[in-house]
Design a protein around this ligand. Structure first.
Ligand code: S3P
Length: 436
């Protein structure tokens, strides 16, 4: 274990209050990128001040895009137009961000200049052929280190649109191809094995690019123009997820999560928890910038194990670490299958959660594509988050209901997606402290 260590103690009472989690990571990355290559000035509100999204802004800055930060959570992006980016001799560092990396690979594949994309240790282990192979089929010239970073993208390639059916459901793959498609001759079409989040499609439409899309399918043609529009970023459902599960499991809790993005491709966790007996209601539902947002009111309820339906899996891909904690608390056995993608996230999330829960006395069997978790309670223990933000925050929740404290190693990367998590959590009733 290295870096920042946390200690999560059992809650001394119910969790409560109104909680506003930071802005959506997926929307923040895309707003920066589309703002950068649009004509005009894009004003982003609710921007996620996380390390992942700041890395994307820093890269676009190196490529000649000017940003202003009138206040934290706000960015003014001075768009340079579709062909206005300029090359940088420096390597472009995406840090821990898979979304930044895959989407920028698509954006940079169609530029006139060379670029090198690098990332941290975790990102350097993650698979990149899922984007570089189809981009190469469109005519891009990208070298990898046996399918891993660094990506060396050679400028001046002439891209051709194509129809692509990704073998895995991934919004990152889809978005990389659509971004490359902006620069391609003809039509680029992506047909997915299961629909994924459609922020790229809806934001392209909002920026005035003609695009046809429906769940699981998107098609656009090159050669148009993006025109700046203001973007209001909703609160990130994936960050809210930690408080949703925490309120479900700590007796007596009742919390309100304010203004959360409720895109249906993101909210599978609500379906999963409701199947387990959770008490979650949506209030003040409204539409903003084409996205549904609402307040989530979550009250403690006894949970029971379930056989998780396969069709909710892609709609809750980032929420599995938190769900694992809920299943460990639940009465009975939960079976999760069809989630092999978890093995190629910021860590191997099936292994990270299985080892961590085992260290806290939970009986859990790892499957190649999921796990069988025997619920009934969590003991204290010491776990390694493997530098994975969502693993660290999930064990902070586990500590709330564990019979002894949980020590969580390697927590610094929580700042990639959720700056201020500890303060917000303690304000809601967590007993979380940093040991450094
Ligand atoms: C994201 C897509 C998902 C998700 C990630 C954000 C996006 O990855 O895990 O945190 O913004 O497009 P995949 O599309 O690779 O599953």
């Amino acid at each position: 274990m290295s870096g920042v260590t946390w200690l999560s103690h059992r809650a001394t009472g119910p969790l409560g209050g109104e909680i506003v989690v930071p802005g959506d990571k997926s929307v923040s990355h895309r707003a920066l990128m589309f703002g950068a290559i649009a004509e005009g000035v894009t004003h982003i509100r609710g921007f996620l001040e996380g390390e992942d999204t700041r890395a994307t802004a820093a890269i676009l800055g190196k490529l000649g895009v000017r940003f202003e930060t009138p206040s934290p959570g706000e960015r003014v992006v001075h768009g340079v137009g579709l062909h206005g980016l300029r090359g940088s001799t420096e390597a472009l560092d995406c840090g821990n961000a898979g979304t930044g990396m895959r989407l920028l690979a698509g954006l940079l594949a169609g530029q006139a200049f060379d670029a090198t994309l690098v990332g941290d240790e975790s990102l350097s282990r993650r698979p990149m052929r899922r984007v570089t192979d189809p981009l190469a089929a469109m005519g891009a010239s990208i070298d990898t280190d046996d399918g891993k970073l660094p990506l060396r993208i050679h400028g001046g390639a002439r891209l051709r649109g194509m129809t692509y059916r990704p073998p895995v459901a991934s919004a990152q793959i889809k978005s990389a191809l659509l971004l490359a498609g902006l620069y391609a001759d003809g039509a680029t079409e992506v047909i997915e094995p299961h629909p994924t989040r459609d922020y790229t499609e809806s934001m392209l439409k909002a920026f005035g690019w003609p695009i046809e899309f429906s769940p699981g399918r998107a098609r656009l043609e090159g050669g148009h123009t993006l025109r700046a529009v203001d973007v209001d970023v909703p609160a990130d459902f994936s960050s809210a997820a930690f408080f949703i599960v925490a309120a479900c499991v700590v007796p007596g809790s009742a919390v309100r999560l304010v203004g959360v993005g409720l895109n249906p491709r993101r909210t599978g966790l609500l379906a999963a928890l409701r199947l387990m007996g959770a008490d979650i209601t949506v209030e003040r539902e409204r539409t903003s910038g084409g996205e549904t947002i609402g307040d989530l009111v979550v009250r403690h309820a006894p949970l029971h194990g379930v056989e998780l339906p396969l069709d909710v899996v892609p709609d809750m891909i980032d929420e599995f670490p938190a769900l694992f904690v809920a299943t460990a608390v639940a009465e009975g056995t939960t079976t999760i299958r069809g989630a092999a993608e978890l093995r190629v996230k910021e860590s191997d999330r099936i292994a990270s959660m299985a080892h961590g829960l085992q260290a806290c006395g939970v009986s859990i069997e790892e499957l190649s594509d999921g796990a069988i978790i025997h619920g009934g309670g969590i003991a204290g223990g010491s776990i390694d988050s493997h530098g994975d933000h969502r693993i660290a925050m999930s064990f902070a929740i586990a500590g709330l209901v564990a019979s002894g404290p949980i020590t969580i190693g390697d927590c610094a990367n929580v700042a990639t997606s959720f700056p201020g998590f500890m303060e917000l959590a303690n304000g809601a009733g967590f007993q979380l402290e940093s040991q450094n």
